[in-house]
Design a protein around this ligand. Structure first.
Ligand SMILES: Nc1ncnc2c1ncn2[C@@H]1O[C@H](COP(=O)(O)OP(=O)(O)OP(=O)(O)O)[C@@H](O)[C@H]1O
Length: 257
């Protein structure tokens, strides 16, 4: 069953010179899939993620999330739709500095007016899974980058969305914390059947996924599926990236582990 369907999605940024950022992109994502999106700098990855996030609208083409076309929803229903169906994880964590880890995780539920006991119960279960139980009372300035990203994953998961959208979630982390975060995302994906779409420059991060979709100049370039071993998948990802070209700096985050 597909949870996301893009049909000839195109995005043109108007300006002095119009720029075609996403060009007739069509693909589907199955429920429970962990998908990486890769491509050179400027290939349209963030634009694509913003369109799927319903933060930006395509110039043409269609988008279905859980069989609903969010482009047809009025504005007030769109924010509800986003809260119900989508969870977001960003490169810079986006935690509120004045709130504790627990309060940051609970935040999306307070918008839904859930009973406090219910909220605390949900945080407790998630904190255990994300190994955050001992730091629930700490504030973002008092925790590590890896702990901050795990808190952000907790916040994204707390309302049990069907689709998590992650933009370079390991981009600001050292290799040990990045590995922790990728293992947690994999566990969340496998145990909760949460579908994840992750934009990344890092082939190691992408090798944790079931499939990698490559885009170039806003267009579909290629896609590959993982076989049994992550190491061989990593090698195949590198092979496609070398065909894809682009700026060598794009690969500066490669981790050979
Ligand atoms: N608001 C905007 N107005 C005009 N052009 C834009 C705008 N946002 C992005 N672009 C252009 O659209 C293209 C795609 O940008 P996008 O940010 O989606 O690429 P990306 O693949 O995410 O790049 P990176 O890996 O560097 O983050 C780029 O050429 C960019 O300059």
């Amino acid at each position: 069953m597909s949870i996301l369907k893009l049909d000839e999605v195109t995005k043109v940024y108007e300006g002095k010179v119009a720029h075609l950022a996403v060009n007739l992109l069509s693909f589907e994502v199955e429920k429970g899939e962990f998908l990486a999106v890769m491509g050179p700098s400027g290939s349209g990855k963030t634009t694509l993620l913003n369109i799927i996030s319903t933060i930006d609208t395509p110039t043409s083409g269609d988008l279905l999330i859980n069989d609903i076309n969010p482009l047809n929803l009025p504005k007030n229903e769109l924010s509800l739709f986003r809260r119900k169906h989508l969870g977001f994880v960003f490169q810079n964590f986006n935690l509120l500095p004045a709130l504790t880890v627990e309060e940051n995780m609970i935040l999306p539920l307070t918008l839904d007016d859930q009973p406090v006991e219910e909220m605390k119960k949900k945080v407790k279960i998630l904190a255990e899974q994300l190994n955050l139980t001992s730091i629930l009372e700490k504030r973002p300035a008092e925790i590590s980058g890896g702990q901050a990203q795990r808190t952000a994953i907790g916040r994204a998961l707390i309302h049990e969305p069907s689709l998590i959208l992650a933009d370079e979630p390991t981009g600001n982390l050292d290799s040990k914390s990045a590995k922790d975060v990728l293992e947690i995302l994999t566990e969340v994906n496998k145990k909760r059947q949460t579908t994840i779409i992750m934009v990344t420059h890092d082939p190691t991060a992408a090798s944790y996924c079931d499939r990698v979709l490559f885009i170039k100049d806003g267009q579909y370039f290629n896609e590959i599926y993982k076989d049994d071993r992550r190491q061989t998948f990593f090698q195949r990802i590198l092979n496609v990236l070398s065909l894809l070209g682009g700026n060598v700096n794009d690969l500066s985050t490669i981790r050979l582990s």
